[in-house]
Design a protein around this ligand. Structure first.
Ligand SMILES: *Cc1c(COP(=O)(O)O)cnc(C)c1O
Length: 336
C-alpha cells in the first residue's frame, strides 16, 4: 500500500471503481515523448472519470451525516450534477439541482438527463444575472428545508469540497499502480482544470508520494494566479489535516492556457473535426468541453516545451455531454 492510499484510507469510501488502465496512443505525435492515455472514462458512463473518484469519499460523508436532501450547484450541462444525482438517489438522498438557466425548451445532453432524473419541477433555475449569488440562494434554501425537518447539505460546483478531495487523491495512487504494472515512469502528466480540484489533488498527492513527474495543467476557467491561490490553500489545508509536511518545492507542475480557444466554451468547427479525427485514429472518444480540449492542446504544449520520456494524458471522462452535440456531429457525417 502506498502512502496516498494510507492517507485516503482514513476516510470511509464507497466501492466505486477506482482502477483504470493506461495504454499507448497508436498514433504518436511528432516530438520525443512516448505518449500514453489513462482511461478514466472507462470507470463509468454517467458516473465516470475524475468525478467518480471525488464521489467515493463525498457520498459516505453525506450518508454519515444522514443528509436527506442535497442542493447541487452547477451549469445546465454539469457532469457533476448528473452523476452525483444518480449516486444520491441510490442512497435515498434527494438531489435538488440549482442550474444556471439557459432557457432551453428542448433540453439536450446532460441537461436532458438531469431533468429526467431529478424532475423538472424539482430543479431551481437561476438566471445568469443572479448566478453570482447562487451559493447564498442554495444556503437559504437549505436552511428553509432544514426548518421543515430535512437534514440538508449544499454541494458546490464541481464538488469542490474537502470530502471530495480525499477521493480525488486516489488518481495519483492509481497512476503509481499503472507504473508498477507497465514499467513506465511518467515524466509529464497532462490534465485539464475546471474548478481545479482534480488537478490539485493529483499535484499534491504526487508530492506526498515524492513522485518526480510534473503535472501539466490546462487551465480552462481560472487564471494562473487563481489556480495557484487554490493550490496553496489546499496545500495548507492538507498539511494540517494529515499532520504532514508538503513543502512547496515538492509540488511539480506547470500551467498552460488553451492556444486554440481562450473562453470556456465547447469545441466547435475545426475543433470538432479534431475531436472526431482523434477518435477515428486512436479509438478514443473525448468530449468537446474538457478532454477534447486537452487532446487539442497537449501535443503542441509538449512540443513547445520539448518534453521527452513517458508522457501521460488523463482522459477524465465526461462523454455523456456528447449527446448535446448531435447536430454538430451529424453535420460532419458528410465530411468524414
Ligand atoms: C468535471 C470535469 C473536469 C473538471 O474537474 P475539476 O476538478 O473541476 O477541475 C474535467 N474534465 C471532465 C471530463 C470533467 O467532467
Amino acid at each position: 500500500m502506498n502512502i496516498i492510499s494510507k492517507l485516503t484510507g482514513q476516510f470511509p469510501q464507497e466501492d466505486y471503481p477506482k482502477e483504470s488502465r493506461i495504454h499507448p496512443l497508436l498514433c504518436q505525435p511528432s516530438g520525443r515523448g512516448r505518449w500514453f492515455i489513462k482511461r478514466e472514462d472507462e470507470l463509468g458512463f454517467f458516473t465516470s472519470g475524475g468525478k467518480i473518484r471525488k464521489w467515493r469519499t463525498l457520498i459516505p460523508s453525506l450518508v454519515q451525516k444522514k443528509i436527506d436532501a442535497a442542493f447541487l450547484i452547477g451549469s445546465a450541462q454539469s457532469n457533476n450534477i448528473l452523476g452525483l444525482s444518480l449516486l444520491l438517489l441510490e442512497k435515498g438522498i434527494r438531489p435538488v439541482p440549482l442550474l444556471l438557466s439557459t432557457h432551453d425548451l428542448n433540453p439536450k445532453g446532460n441537461r436532458l438527463f438531469i431533468e429526467l432524473t431529478c424532475g423538472r419541477e424539482n430543479i431551481v433555475f437561476v438566471e445568469r444575472g443572479s448566478w453570482h449569488r447562487v451559493d447564498e440562494t442554495a444556503a437559504l434554501m437549505a436552511s428553509e428545508w432544514a426548518s421543515k425537518g430535512y437534514r440538508t447539505a449544499v454541494i458546490p460546483e464541481g464538488s469542490y469540497t474537502p470530502d471530495a478531495f480525499y477521493g480525488a487523491m486516489t488518481l495519483a495512487s492509481d497512476i503509481l499502480r499503472n507504473e508498477n504494472e507497465s514499467g513506465c515512469s511518467f515524466r509529464h502528466i497532462f490534465i485539464e482544470a475546471g474548478t481545479g480540484l482534480q488537478a490539485i489533488a493529483l499535484i499534491i498527492a504526487l508530492a506526498i508520494a515524492c513522485h518526480p513527474a510534473s503535472v501539466s495543467v490546462l487551465l480552462l476557467k481560472d487564471s494562473e494566479a487563481e489556480f495557484q491561490k487554490k493550490l496553496e490553500e489546499w496545500r495548507l489545508f492538507l498539511m494540517e489535516r494529515f499532520a504532514l509536511e508538503v513543502d512547496r518545492s515538492r509540488l511539480h507542475y506547470s500551467l498552460f492556457s488553451p492556444a486554440v480557444q481562450k473562453s470556456f466554451k465547447p469545441l466547435s468547427g475545426s475543433g470538432m473535426d479534431h475531436l472526431i479525427g482523434f477518435a477515428k485514429m486512436t479509438g478514443v472518444w473525448t468530449d468537446p468541453v474538457y478532454s477534447g480540449r486537452l487532446i487539442m492542446e497537449a501535443f503542441s504544449q509538449a512540443e513547445r516545451e520539448e518534453m521527452d520520456g513517458d508522457l501521460l494524458l488523463i482522459h477524465s471522462g465526461g462523454l455523456s455531454s456528447l449527446f448535446g452535440f448531435e447536430k454538430a456531429l451529424q453535420r460532419r457525417l458528410s465530411s468524414v
